[in-house]
Each structure stands twice: as C-alpha cells, then as structure tokens.
Design a protein around this ligand. Sequence first.
Ligand code: G6P
Length: 613
Amino acid sequence: MCGIVGYAGPRPLKGVLMGGLRRLEYRGYDSAGIAIERDGELQLVKVTGKIQELENRIAGMDLSGSVGIAHTRWATHGEPNDLNAHPHTGCDDRLALVHNGIIENYHALRTLLLERDHRFTTETDTEVLAHLIEEHLENGKDRTLEDAVRLALQEVDGTFGLVVIDQHHPGKLVVARRGSPLVIGVGENENFVGSDASAFAEYTRDIIYLKDDEIATITSSDYSVRTLQDEARDPVVEEITWELDQIEKGGFDHFMLKEIHEQPQTVEDSMRGRVFPDQCEVKLGGLEDVHDILASAERIIFTACGTSWHACLVARRLFEDFVRIPVEVEYASEFRYSRPVFTPGTVLIAVSQSGETADTLAALRLAKDEGISVFGVVNVVGSTIARETDAGVYLHAGPEIGVASTKAFTSQVTVLSQIALLMGRLKGTLSKKRCEGILHEITRLPEKIRTILNQTDSIIEIASVFSKVNNALYLGRGYNFPVALEGALKLKEISYIHAEGYPAAEMKHGPIALIDDDMPVVVLAPGDQVYQKVISNIEEIRARKGRILVVATEGNETIRELATWVIHIPKTLDCFYPLLAVIPLQLLSYYVAVARDCNVDQPRNLAKSVTVE
Ligand code: G6P
C-alpha cells in the first residue's frame, strides 16, 4: 500500500526513481510524485493518476541532483488529487517527505501545529510529519536531519515507512520504519531505499531489511542504522533471492496472466525438495525445529486476509482430515480486536503472500503476546511476518505482481497440504499408506494444472458471455466451497461484476431468489464425495432456468445435459480439487476483465500489499 523509492548516487535520478516507481505501482496507483535535491535546492512534482501521468508531466524536465524520493499512492486520508499526492512539505518547503502508513493522532497534532502558526495545504495525515520535522529542525541549532526525524516520530502514534530529504542537508536520505516495510539497497558509491527490493533490483542485489523502530541515514557513499531510541544497530546485509525476469511480464499481456500460467512451475517449486512419496516423507526445513510443538498441538487457528484467507479455509478441511484436531479460520482484521480464548496446545498459523499485511501481522502479534506458538506461511522472503513468526514455510512462488492473487493461492494450498501431511504423520493420525498415496498425487498436480491451461480458448468463449452480465453466483461444497469464494472474489476484483460465493446447498436460503438470465451460476462439481449432492443443487438452478457453468471432472460427459457450459479438469483426490478447480476460474475472471477493457493488473481502489488496517 503506497510505494516508496529513494536514491543517493551518481545515476540520473529521474531514471532510477521512475523505474523504481513503475516496479512498485502494484502497491497503489491513484497519484504519484517525485522530489529531488540539487545543490541545496528542492524540486517537487506531483500529479493525480497513474505513474504514466507523472512521466508525462516530467518529460523534458531536468531533475538531476544528488538525492531524490518518489511515491505512488493508495489514498487513506484525503482523496487522490495533486495536493494530497506525496511528497509532502512543511510551511517553507525546505524538506520533502514520502510516507506509507497511517498517523493515527494526526488530528490532534494538526490542531497543535495550527496553534503554532503552521499552514496546511492538504487533507492528508502525512503532512503533519513534514511540519513536525520542520519544527524540530528549526528549533534546534545544528540539529541533524536524523535527530529531527527521530524527535518528530516520538510524537506520533501509528505506522510509518518514510523517507525525508532536506535542502539544508544535501545528499542525504533519512529513512524510518514502524509497521510499513522499507528495504535499503546497498550499492557501490550509491544506495537505495524502496518499499520492496524490486524498486532497485536491477542495480544491486545486496539489501538490508529495516526493522520496526529503526531509522537510517543514507548517502551515496554510506549508510548507518540506529533505533528510534538512538542506539546503534549493526544491520545484516542479505541477498535478493529472486531473479529480475521474475518481476517482468515475459511476453504476457499482463502480470496476472503470466502468474496464472506460471502455476505448474510454482506449485512444483513449493514442494521441491520437500516431498518424498517413496519414503512417505515430508521435509519442511523451516519447521524442523518445532516438530515437538506440531506433534503435541491440540488446536490450530489460521489467520489471514483476502485470497490467503480462502487458502486457510481449504486448509481447515485438510487439517481436520489428516490431523484430526479442531481448526479455526479467522479473518485477521476481526481476530486482532477480539478476545480469543487460547487453550493449551493452540498453534496459530498466519498465511500471507506479501508477509506485510497489517491485520495479519497484528493478529500474530496478539497470539505471540499470549505465549502462543506462531508459525507463518509466507511468500516474500524476509518480510515482516516471516521474521516475526517462530518458524514457518516459504511458498517459493516468486514475486507476485498482479493485484489479484493467483499463484500465491495455489502455492499456499500446496504448502498447507504438506504441513497437514507432516502433522498427520507426526501425530500418527494419518496412515503411512494413505500418506504415500496423497504424496504421489501431489507430485502429479503440476502436470494436471498444465492441461487445464491448455483449455484457454473455450474459457475465452465463455468469458465473452460473462463479460455482459452484472451478477454471478459461484457455488461449491466441501473442499470446493472456498474455491467458490475465491472464484467470486477474482471476478469482483478485476472485472467489477458483482459476484458471490456460496456453499451450494445454502443457495436455497437466499441467493436462489436472484437467479435469472442476468445471473449465471458457476458450479464446482468435480467427482468427489459430494458430487451427487451438487448435482441436486444444479437441478434446482435448472428448474429456475438459470444458466450454469459447471467445472466437472474429465470423462464426465453426462453433465453436459445439465449445464450450459462445461469446463473439465483432471481427476485427482478430493483434497486436491481446489488446486485444479481454481485455475479455470482465474482464467475466466481474467478474460472477462479483458473483454470489459478493465485494467487487470491494477484494478480500481485495490492494492497488492495492504499495510494499513
Ligand atoms: C490484498 C490483495 C489480495 C491478498 C490480500 C492479502 O487484498 O489484493 O490479493 O489476498 O491483500 O494479502 P497477503 O499478502 O497477506 O496474502
């Protein structure tokens, strides 16, 4: 949520900062801005709209200088317009600041600052930071920019990832973090900062993850990190774990399409070196030290948001089936403000693609504070959730850029299946024979996903019909109910068609009233345990003349008599149908959105990484 990039070094600032912003555009795209410092003077440009608007505005402008910052915004306080766009300045425009997060006491601070004759020009919470820093700079003779930022942040409640430049401190970036991610890129005679490493990965692979309550001073030749309490820190330089081509479109029209097509590979990557069917073994390095906790766990609470929450719903069934202990799935945003009852033996598993979702982070901190063992299933290596959990498993799905999550979901379900299998074996609730069969099948899934991707042409035809409707209903039962939720979410997110996911049998308690020609129904009806029950639900829709798209198992031709359209998926075990059934729904949403001329990778009002609550 909001992308930040900063640079100190000899390269042309405009190129580095705008290139970085483009990589971060998935984090927000309602307005953008850039500020540079040259010979003790600041120059600042900000515009409403996408980064392209900023590119257009600065084309031909000389924005050379020694340091610069840039920002792409996802509005929280104040509508997206030129004034509310970042960077922000104080009264006399000496400094410029970009911020990601929310200053919760901004109202009180603004009132105080107004009483002290500060003039405000925006509706944002961020602007108070600029005025506070400015005041601390002006009140203290010879005060460093870092000290002024530190003093200002002591007055602030809320979250921030911020970068400040000041014309009286040329060549310097001051960077601070609490709750919103920031990564420093360490180069030779140049240094970078970004909301994530993609902002500067083409220039350096050496990075430092700034931690909460740390502040860094960066110049082209040096960097230093201290705490907000002014203690020195010795930061660890790590290496980026992915390649540059993974954050490029690679010939696809959109990141989302590329990521859908990557799934045979990413599902395989999420089990590489972990699954040994012949030995009936699952080896998850990140959990090896906590086998005793997993073996004695008596209850699991999953917490997540969005698509990751849907993966947890699939996991509930997997864990109940393989591990036979009670499992709950909690929306992180609700859980964090509840008074959960943690019984002995409770384990919390936080699931997050980005590893930065503010609510998920708060939920895990709540459990941790209560002494609960907290594990993570995360994609982004080194992210905050990955670092704050006691142990965990990475997805290894590579960077996911499309705002609508696709490959992360399938990797999450794959990894969660492996954890359930591991726990089932540790606890002795899953027989060796059954485990062996499941492990053999999991290794066949990448190839099965590939065969579904080959059906794109028929899905495009169905999408052309769906692109003209205003509503859609998605139904599934058992393992596939969460897939119905995920299919509906995908359609809403990128095509703006109203869609609801429902347990198929619940339909008659409400949504059935809505079925008409304008509301096609997508039914997940693979050949699993509840197939016949789903068929009865399909009959109920037919009786009301609803148009039905059925996702059925290969070889089921009789279903054509009941359905308007059929998409076939390969046969698998009941527990793995979600991994196959979700693929045609992702493709359907994608092609509906394309047919409606929607911006697939950057749907309106959404952002990829939700770092505010
Ligand atoms: C946002 C994204 C979704 C994602 C959700 C949770 O809403 O647009 O795609 O599922 O956040 O994000 P996380 O990174 O925690 O999985």
